[in-house]
Design a protein around this ligand. Sequence first.
Ligand code: FES
Ligand code: FES
Length: 154
Amino acid sequence: MRFTLNGKDTDVSAHPMTRLLDVLREECGLTGTKEGCGEGECGACTVLIDGDPVCSCLIPVAQAEGAEVLTIEGLGNDHPLQHLFMNEVGAQCGICTPGMIMTAITLGPEPTLDDVKTALAGNLCRCTGYSAIYRAIMKWRQMPDPGTQVSAAR
Ligand code: FES
Ligand code: FES
């Protein structure tokens, strides 16, 4: 099964019905994508397929064939939103953080706080109380050079 993973042509040997989450973590070695609930309720496993956020715990890898898959590793180690999550204490245990960031980068232009809350409604955090997460994202979107924003590229 072939797809583009973080910009690189990728060929995996997993059974087509293997969860994309498991292929990413176990065959591709990209452990930044986390498993929280494993049943589509928490958003910790969020990755982008062709620019749309999806729960990789619900997606068989067959559905990614020929698509562009972007994981948290695809943003590099220096994305400004990652720094803001740290600086604003938007990450504590960190399990939800990659999924939060992958969802946040799909926000449309000039999101309001309500837009951010709506976009992240499917991403659960049991540590932070959300305020620091929203603050990090709002500060990020006010930066002159915010780095990767998938919605802006469409
Ligand atoms: S681990 Fe996929 S939604 Fe929770
Ligand atoms: S930081 Fe622990 S679940 Fe969000």
